[in-house]
Design a binder for this molecule. Structure first.
Ligand code: DGL
Length: 267
């Protein structure tokens, strides 16, 4: 259950690892005065190849951790966790996942044919197609799991020729079906945006689920952003393993010289 929180309490963001920093970056652009408490479950990454039951258990634990640290709202940045673990999850605080905002944006943008890419577990869950069909029943939807993208991004190979060849293979079936909109349904994929856009062509609209959820959170909390004169907000990052590696990636993705890091244990 939620403890006492105020408008000065941070927004909690949870991801399986470093990829949710794309959501942090998007949130900071829209809510620059809000402090963020981030939890990256790096000890148990990757979630994208695990069963729904396991991801549900981890998610529940991670969200409880953030609630215990007195956040005032929770954003589940991880697409896999959002896809399989949020139904019926009530923590007594505002809680957002990335699937609904991403699906809504795609339903608004599309002329009728939507492609979805994500981890194996996200695609298997069918969460994006279900959300899209609820929003626009007539849409044609093609899904494709892209399990190699996460390790390629973690390796920093955003523009490598190997990544391009793999992306071509993954995207081919979607292009054959002439999609007009493509949902980047994984935390890591926004970092491949330039490469993916080049391969699918300028006329295909890319939906960045990090941007979509940040927009949703900003419009829900924006009016209540009770901050805070001239002091910049303090962000804090908790990880369950490898703070040094996380810190290096976080500094690169967020463009910061220093980040406040803490190693935490999930039992
Ligand atoms: N955060 C995961 C997602 O957005 C990708 C990394 C993982 O598999 O844990 O689905």
């Amino acid at each position: 259950m939620a403890g006492e929180t105020s408008q000065l309490s941070p927004i909690g963001v949870f991801d399986s690892g470093v990829g949710g920093l794309t959501v942090v970056a998007a949130l900071r652009r829209r809510l620059p005065d809000e402090p963020i408490l981030y939890l990256g479950d790096t000890a148990r990454l990757p979630y994208g190849i695990k069963t729904a039951e396991t991801v549900r258990r981890y998610t529940r634990r991670n969200v409880d951790f953030l609630v215990g640290r007195r956040v005032r709202a929770v954003v589940v940045a991880c697409n896999t966790a959002s896809a399989v673990a949020l139904d019926g999850l009530d923590v007594g605080l505002p809680l957002w996942g990335v699937v609904e905002p991403g699906a809504r944006r795609a339903a608004d943008l599309s002329h009728g044919r939507v492609g979805i890419i994500g981890t194996a577990s996200t695609i298997l869950s069918d969460a994006y197609p279900r959300a899209l069909r609820r929003l626009r029943p007539g849409l044609e939807i093609v899904s494709q799991a892209c399990p190699l993208f996460v390790p390629l991004v973690e390796e920093g190979w955003h523009e490598d020729e190997i990544t391009e060849a793999i992306a071509r293979r993954y995207l081919e079936p979607l292009l054959e079906r002439q999609i007009d909109t493509l949902v980047l349904g994984c935390t890591h994929y926004p970092l491949l945006k330039p490469l993916i856009q080049r391969l699918v062509g300028e006329e295909v609209r890319l939906v960045d689920s990090a941007e979509s959820v940040a927009e949703t959170v900003a419009s829900a909390l924006g009016g209540a952003a009770g901050r805070r004169g001239s002091t910049p907000p303090e962000h804090h990052f908790c990880v369950t393993d490898g703070p040094e590696r996380f810190g290096a990636l976080a500094r690169r993705i967020l463009g910061e010289a220093e980040v406040s890091l803490e190693l935490v244990e999930m039992t």
